[in-house]
Design a protein around this ligand. Structure first.
Ligand code: ATP
Length: 451
């Protein structure tokens, strides 16, 4: 690489001041996920405790897990047991409400940035599916084709680029919808929609109401936007926020026009706006939902503060300073990858916490805390005993990096192959069924629990 006038002379150590300036804090928001940079210019692992403190989100504790088990009669999912879902807002209140009324609304989403989802995108959906199965509750999935279009145009300074025409995002959303269906969601209880297709009616009424509550300054502060950001992206947060309101989807609850003077309030809950929502997502989405929670009770029909359950990021292949991301294909294992591609990516790119030489590894052991293959196993391997055994033997150095990678490859290939088998059966007709607004079937409608 050619050096510039500002670089230190070749071989000379950079001045302390210059090195210090290189140190950077981690940056996590819906549009950026990167670990910090230390004084030596090395990218550091994402510090989740520091992030929790900055966002002021409480930790998910053993007490929450015990309560979850008491309320549902089911053990918590491995992602919760291993604290990969590690933080929350008002998770306790959702459990309280569920104990009383037997239901709530689940909401999660995906920004269709690519035709195939990657393993990181699967994380919130795997967890959401488990919650839907256990609680037997309705779920809405928002595919933000409009937002990905606006974001990409913004990034490209308004230029139309290959693979980023508006129609491309509509197509990615359909492909992603099929991916999500193949993760096993229950048609009776699930509505999946794209923004371009569904927005209108009550949803749009809620959007404009919410838009009226947010200022440009708030959006800039939360998302890191500035005056050059396109106006569509500035306004987008209102859409992602009101998607959490049950009143955006009266059809799903068999409720009529909730703004009409003669609106029947008897079912499914006193007023549709009062149904609470739980959002499972990674912590980069928290800035959106902080804005949401701050404004729930400012709506004409106030909603309870939306509850969140927040995960860490499935790390990039290169290590724990970044997340697996579709915009950097080298960082990700896609759900469309072949077994050979998975093997190649793990063997070539997965950052290893093993010793530099075989002898070193056997003498000093490896470090699973920074090892990407181990991190992936902690998300996808079900057996706690086996995971524990792998961790211990890697630390001791009796399990080699090669063996650990081999175990990881096997597990990921198993997951992706089973997914692809189910995905091949998701036809356009099945996709349409999931995307049709209709009354969903869930427990509350049967038991007629009254508030
Ligand atoms: P990409 O850059 O890969 O497109 P994104 O953050 O734009 O990623 P979205 O589709 O907007 O992806 O995110 C959908 C959901 O998946 C959100 O809940 C987000 O927090 C979560 N998510 C995205 N990447 C990861 C990851 N690597 N690990 C865990 N969750 C992730």
């Amino acid at each position: 690489m050619a050096s510039t006038d500002a670089s230190p002379a070749a071989g000379a150590p950079p001045a302390v001041e210059q090195v210090k300036q290189a140190a950077k804090e981690q940056q996590i928001d819906p549009y950026n996920v990167s670990g910090g940079v230390d004084e030596n210019g090395n990218v550091t692992a994402i510090d989740y405790e520091a992030l929790r403190e900055r966002f002021n989100t409480p930790a998910l504790t053993q007490e929450h897990l015990d309560r979850f088990e008491r309320v549902t009669g089911k053990p918590p999912h491995r992602l919760m047991r291993r604290k990969l879902f590690f933080s929350h807002r008002d998770f306790d209140k959702i459990l309280d409400y569920y104990e009383k009324y037997g239901f709530f609304l689940l909401y999660t989403g995906r920004g269709p940035s690519s035709g195939s989802m990657h393993l990181g995108h699967a994380v919130p959906f795997l967890f959401t599916k488990e919650l839907q199965d256990i609680f037997d509750v309705p779920l809405v999935v928002m595919l933000t084709d409009d937002e990905k279009f606006l974001y990409t145009r913004n990034k490209n300074q308004g230029k139309i680029t290959k693979g980023a025409a508006l129609g491309d995002f509509i197509e990615y959303a359909k492909q992603n919808c099929k991916d999500i269906i193949a993760l096993g969601f229950d048609l009776k209880k699930t509505f999946i929609y794209t923004d371009y297709e569904y927005m209108g009616g009550h949803f749009y009424q809620n959007i404009t109401e919410f838009e009226a509550l947010l200022t440009n300054n708030q959006i800039r502060g939360a998302m890191g936007f500035d005056g050059s950001t396109n106006i569509g992206l500035n306004a987008y947060a209102a859409k992602q926020c009101v998607a959490a309101f049950a009143s955006s989807y009266p059809t799903l609850f068999g409720a009529g026009d909730f703004r009409a003077p003669n609106y029947d309030e008897a079912r499914p809950r006193k007023h549709i706006a009062a149904i609470p929502t739980l959002i499972p997502c990674a912590i980069d989405q928290e800035p959106y939902f902080r804005l949401l929670r701050e404004n729930c009770d400012r709506m004409e029909f106030p909603a309870p503060k939306t509850a969140l359950i927040l995960s860490k990021f499935l790390t990039a292949l290169q290590g724990s300073g970044g997340k697996m991301s579709a915009s950097d294909p080298n960082s990700a294992i896609f759900m469309s990858d072949t077994p050979k591609q998975i093997e190649k990516k793990i063997n070539r790119f997965a950052f290893s916490g093993g010793g530099i030489t075989k002898e070193d590894h056997e003498k000093y052991g490896g470090n699973p805390d920074v090892d990407v293959s181990y991190a992936y196993l902690s998300y996808f391997l079900e057996s706690d005993d086996e995971l524990n055994e792998i961790e211990q033997s890697y630390r001791k150095g009796t399990l080699s990096t090669g063996e650990l990678k081999k175990r990881c490859i096997k597990e990921l290939q198993k997951f992706v192959e089973a997914f692809q088998e189910r995905r091949s059966k998701v036809t356009d007709e099945i996709m349409r069924e999931f995307m049709t607004p209709r009354k969903l079937e869930f427990k509350e409608a049967v038991t007629e629990k009254k508030p």
